[in-house]
Design a protein around this ligand. Structure first.
Ligand SMILES: [Zn+2]
Ligand SMILES: [Zn+2]
Length: 177
């Protein structure tokens, strides 16, 4: 079996070429993604199973690829895409709003995700509940319904890029009461 480990350009400034262990030259990101998909690898992480948390700011800071559940494989990527679409259908804004209404004090992202997960009766790891709940909580925050209490866990590039691991919010109207 030929290995298809795709190596991204070491210094993007010198050119965009990716190379694959099979000898194929991939002149740009697009062709690298196509080759990854053809060889059964995740088209986002190109099979490395890792993604950069803040590309361009902290190249060394990586986490498991969120597109393929950190497997590096195309099959898992497709399964995960379908699971995300399913999570979007199941976990609506009103589901999250109801859960948030049950918290009098501050709550963490993980706590809301746990309530939603047990409410739906899904096993941990079967649906991307956390990422979906996070998106919806950020929308509630943008609408002013909840306020983020956490300070970022990490600041990259000053305050332009910040990372939160398990942020904490509070309902806006319960603040100060
Ligand atoms: Zn190859
Ligand atoms: Zn991936």
């Amino acid at each position: 079996m030929t290995k298809h480990t795709i190596t991204p350009p070491a210094a993007p400034i010198l050119g965009e070429a990716y190379v694959c262990d099979c000898g194929e030259e991939l002149p740009n990101r697009m062709s690298a993604e196509v080759h990854a998909a053809e060889t059964g690898q995740c088209s986002v992480c190109l099979g490395s199973a890792e993604e950069q948390v803040a590309p361009g700011f902290a190249p060394g800071l990586t986490r498991g690829c969120t597109s393929c559940a950190a497997t590096g494989r195309r099959r898992e990527q497709v399964v995960w895409q379908l699971a995300y679409a399913e999570a979007e259908q199941l976990i609506t804004m009103s589901v999250v709003r109801d859960v948030v209404a049950g918290f009098d004090g501050p709550f963490h992202l993980s706590e809301v995700a746990d309530v939603v997960r047990s409410g739906l009766g899904v096993q941990a790891g079967r649906l991307p509940v956390g990422p979906r709940v996070r998106d919806l909580l950020l929308r509630l925050q943008a609408a002013g319904e909840i306020t983020m209490l956490s300070a970022p866990d990490e600041l990259l590039a000053g305050t332009d890029v910040v990372l939160y691991r398990d942020p904490q919010w509070q309902r806006a109207r319960t603040l100060g009461t």
